[in-house]
Design a binder for this molecule. Structure first.
Ligand SMILES: [Zn+2]
Length: 439
């Protein structure tokens, strides 16, 4: 049986990062007022050269400040842009436009519009070249939007330009880790920790990456597999590695055709040689593979398994990677595990066996990770219930509607809102309808 450990904790995006880039809201308003006043004081000498343009720029800047002050960041952007365009050498207007774009980026990130946020931050970076905030937040937005390769490019440059900012190294490390470049991730986290020795999240991420590195350093990296970065022991597991790449490519194609979705970024895959899988993951004996941001599978288990079993395990874990990419961290464990089992081919009749109204766990219990369940019988029951539940959803409109629920969760909607919008049922209603159909 395969398992999913939920969204990556610590190594991906520690919650602290959400507020780590200094939040501009409060500070900017004052700054805007102060800067607007400064602009009035410094403009007369230049105003003699092109009085109309100067006066217009001044008026547009004032308009921008007024709107920004009133909380209308979007409405402030146009006036700030015009002021800057009319008087490009005026530092006040440049600064105000940059700060407005930063604030807009923050608002879009909060709405999970990560591509829009990254674009605003990028533009802000051109206006505020001495401020580390725009490129760091751009990198963060790209990471959150599942674009680690683009994030790495932005953050490498930011870490070079602002080597004294710990967050830059920390975010760069997270991007490298997501891309499977553990050695570079370790380097970044070490630099961040040297600058911020008390950062417990960085320390934990670093410990985990070092554990990974002890095994992965000796592995070959296969980059030929489309969106997958597959690492395996080139000497011992050559044939298995090729088989895994082939199966993952097919899963990418087939699950994509069924669900109508593909992962937005790279999917890192590690095939652990020998006994190293359990040493690194600490997974329970019944776990045949897991996804925790990377797909991790034991070579020993796969090499002995018939091809159908290899396909089942990898398709299951690939589905977790896809669901995570589309639905983000809000997807409950039952939806993850239910979809992964349906995709690997588990039939409703099989899931239903042994499941009754009395024994079936509730949605609340099925929301958290299944990996912590030490009792195999109990674990089997949870997987069966998750599979049954997803078949229940599929009976109400097929894969396209499930994909829409994932899209909505990915945009930041909560589960009840997403289920209600798509099926007209919240979690409670779904549980009631589902239980009523159980023996
Ligand atoms: Zn799973």
């Amino acid at each position: 049986m395969s398992d999913h450990q939920g969204p990556p904790t610590g190594v991906g995006l520690p919650p602290r990062r959400r507020r780590a880039p200094r939040s501009p809201a409060g500070g900017i308003r004052l700054l805007l007022v102060a800067l607007a006043a400064g602009a009035t004081a410094t403009s007369p000498s230049r105003a003699q050269e092109r009085p109309d343009a100067r006066a217009r720029a001044h008026a547009r800047n004032e308009e921008g400040v007024r709107r920004f002050e009133a909380g209308d960041r979007e409405g402030a952007l146009g006036p700030f842009r015009e002021a800057h365009r009319s008087a490009p050498d005026e530092p006040t207007y440049r600064l105000n436009l940059g700060r407005c774009l930063l604030a807009l980026g923050d608002a879009r990130r909060a709405e999970r519009r990560f591509d829009d946020a990254a674009r605003d931050y990028h533009e802000a970076g051109g206006l505020l070249p001495d401020d580390p905030a725009p490129p760091l937040r751009q990198g963060l937005a790209l990471l959150e939007g599942d674009r680690p390769r683009d994030a790495r490019g932005v953050l490498e440059d930011a870490a070079r330009r602002f080597p004294e900012v710990a967050l830059g190294h920390e975010l760069l490390a997270a991007a490298c880790y997501r891309l499977g470049d553990v050695a570079r991730a370790i380097e970044g986290w070490e630099r961040a920790l040297a600058l911020e020795p008390d950062n417990a999240l960085v320390r934990r991420a670093l410990e985990r990456a070092r554990k990974d590195e002890r095994v992965e350093a000796d592995l070959r990296v296969d980059l030929s597999a489309g969106p997958f970065t597959v690492k395996y022991d080139g000497a011992a597991d050559e044939a298995l590695g090729r088989q895994v790449v082939q199966v993952l490519r097919e899963a990418h194609r087939d699950v994509g055709a069924w669900l109508g979705r593909f992962p937005r970024g790279e999917v890192a895959v590690v095939i652990y040689p020998g006994r190293s899988f359990r040493e690194v993951t600490g997974a329970h004996a019944w776990v045949g593979g897991l996804f925790d941001g990377k797909i991790r599978v034991p070579a020993a288990g796969l090499a002995q398994a018939p091809p159908a079993e290899v396909r089942r395990v990898l398709t299951h874990e690939y589905t977790h990677a896809l669901v995570r990419s589309v639905g983000g961290p809000r997807v409950p464990a039952w939806l993850h595990e239910g979809l992964a089992q349906v995709v690997e081919g588990r039939a409703r009749a099989d899931a239903r066996r042994g499941l009754t109204r009395a024994t079936a766990p509730g949605l609340a219990e099925l929301g958290g990770s299944f990996a912590g369940e030490p009792d195999p019988a109990r674990a089997r029951l949870r997987y069966a219930a998750a599979c049954e539940l997803v078949h229940e959803l599929l009976g109400r409109g097929g894969a396209p509607l499930v994909a829409e629920v994932l899209d909505r969760l990915g945009r930041g909607e909560d589960l009840d809102a997403a289920l209600r919008a798509v099926y007209g049922l919240d979690q409670e209603g779904l549980e009631r309808a589902w239980r009523a159909g159980l023996p």
